[in-house]
Ligand binder design. Structure first.
Ligand SMILES: NC(=O)c1ccc[n+]([C@@H]2O[C@H](COP(=O)([O-])OP(=O)(O)OC[C@H]3O[C@@H](n4cnc5c(N)ncnc54)[C@H](O)[C@@H]3O)[C@@H](O)[C@H]2O)c1
Ligand SMILES: [Fe+2]
Length: 385
């Protein structure tokens, strides 16, 4: 019997239009003045307006802060927290993709009136000591699952990202409202959706903290994401597909929050850091080759995952695992994302640098079903060049 602990967000609402009732959750949490943390892509589409109207109609004060940028650097986090602290907010709403939701988590910590701790000392696992403000997360992409993870990813140098992982970062409420994702462009839908699929797969094969509860979530997530990804990409205004994508991404988020991701993410991070490829697209690029590399140790788990997608399939574990890889490859092709590094202005001479940087992701590599060396990483980057 496996021993494990499982943590998640206490209140989850998965319903079309549920974001229009954000005020009820704010009031239950005692918020009077909230900061809505988002980016210009979201405010440019006026996605925040109906939520702000709902909050103001209910008598809440609202500060909208839309200065977040993708892969948020430290300076953005510090400026956002300072803005919220000066405004005197007593609650935080993250509205956006992983970038806005991650910063919202950190604002909730850093803008708490009793906060003594500096951001620089929060990196790593369970290093956060102080309290946070009440926090509601409303995703507008179906990808990171950040609304239910205890993780915030910050760009700390020119090219490096670091994670703050702390139970304190788990929100009080997550609201999944597909109306906010209907206009998400196909390329972002594809990249973020593949990211969510990777979360499910890597959680299921995480050698360190794999557990039966995360397994259930990962299987259900993968089934849902596999079924609805292409509809969400090619028929973006389909609310059923969009709501299922949000749910699938959240279930995958719950899974990897408790059984963490591995080499796909480790090899993806340097691509994002050096060449500003999105997090999801970076994952998509390395996904198939990392899974092929993992086959000697992970085939039985990949076979189990394939059986979830195709319960009547026959064959050996290796055959089923290969079918899973083929199915993912088909999703990537149908997603129309560029899948070769050469198409993305990545110079061939940088591959050894990427391999060296991937090795720095020890927090992730330790979860991989098969140990991966710098030489292995280089081989993977070469094969997707
Ligand atoms: N906390 C976690 O557990 C976790 C997990 C994985 C990744 N991450 C981090 O999350 C970030 C990536 O998040 P992401 O992939 O969701 O993207 P993102 O938040 O960076 O947003 C990407 C783009 O999508 C736009 N966008 C968002 N919603 C939209 C909508 N509904 N319609 C139109 N455009 C919209 C944004 O304006 C932005 O330009 C990275 O920093 C990554 O490291 C965090
Ligand atoms: Fe991810």
């Amino acid at each position: 019997m496996v021993s494990f602990a499982f943590h998640t967000v206490p209140t989850l609402v998965c319903q079309l239009d549920c974001a229009l009732d954000t005020a009820t959750h704010c009031q239950r949490l005692g918020m009077k003045h909230v900061v809505v943390v988002t980016d210009k892509g979201v405010t440019g589409l006026q996605l925040h307006e109906a939520i702000v109207y709902n909050l103001q109609t209910a008598g809440l004060r609202v500060t909208v802060y839309d200065q977040i940028i993708a892969d948020p650097p430290e300076a953005i986090v510090i400026a956002a927290a300072e803005h919220a602290r000066r405004a005197g907010v007593d609650g935080v709403i993250g509205l956006g993709g992983g970038s806005s939701m991650d910063v919202a988590k950190l604002i909730a910590l850093l803008a708490h009136p009793e906060q003594q701790q500096h951001l620089a000392t929060m990196y790593g696992v369970e290093q956060v000591t102080g309290k946070r403000l009440p926090l509601i997360q409303i995703p507008t992409t179906a990808g990171t699952g950040s609304e239910v993870t205890p993780v915030a990813i910050v760009t700390t140098g020119e090219t490096t990202k670091m994670g703050i992982v702390s139970r304190q970062l788990l929100a009080d409420v997550a609201l999944l409202d597909a109306n906010l994702t209907l206009g998400l462009p196909p390329a972002i839908t594809a990249a973020t959706g593949i990211d969510a699929m990777v979360h499910a797969i890597e959680a299921y094969t995480s050698i360190r903290l794999k557990n039966p509860y995360a397994d259930l979530l990962a299987c259900e997530a993968l089934k849902m994401l596999d079924k609805y990804l292409q509809t969400a990409i090619h028929d973006g205004h389909n609310p059923t597909a969009r709501q299922h994508m949000l749910l699938g991404a959240m279930l995958a988020g719950q899974a990897f929050a408790n059984a963490p991701v591995a080499a796909v993410h480790a090899l993806a991070y340097p691509l994002g850091g050096h060449f500003h490829l999105s997090h999801g697209h970076s994952n998509a690029l390395v996904l198939v080759e990392v899974l092929k590399f993992n086959l000697p140790k992970g085939a039985h788990w990949y076979a189990e995952l394939y059986s979830v997608l195709d319960p009547h399939c026959r064959g050996s574990d290796t055959e089923k695992a290969e079918k899973l890889i083929n199915r993912l490859e088909q999703h990537l092709v149908d997603s129309l994302l560029p899948l070769r590094l050469r198409e993305l202005a990545v110079p061939e001479s940088s591959l050894s640098l990427l391999a060296r940087d991937a090795m720095l992701q020890t927090r992730l590599l330790q979860n991989n079903p098969r140990p991966l060396t710098q030489q292995d990483a280089l081989g993977i980057y070469q094969s997707i060049y």
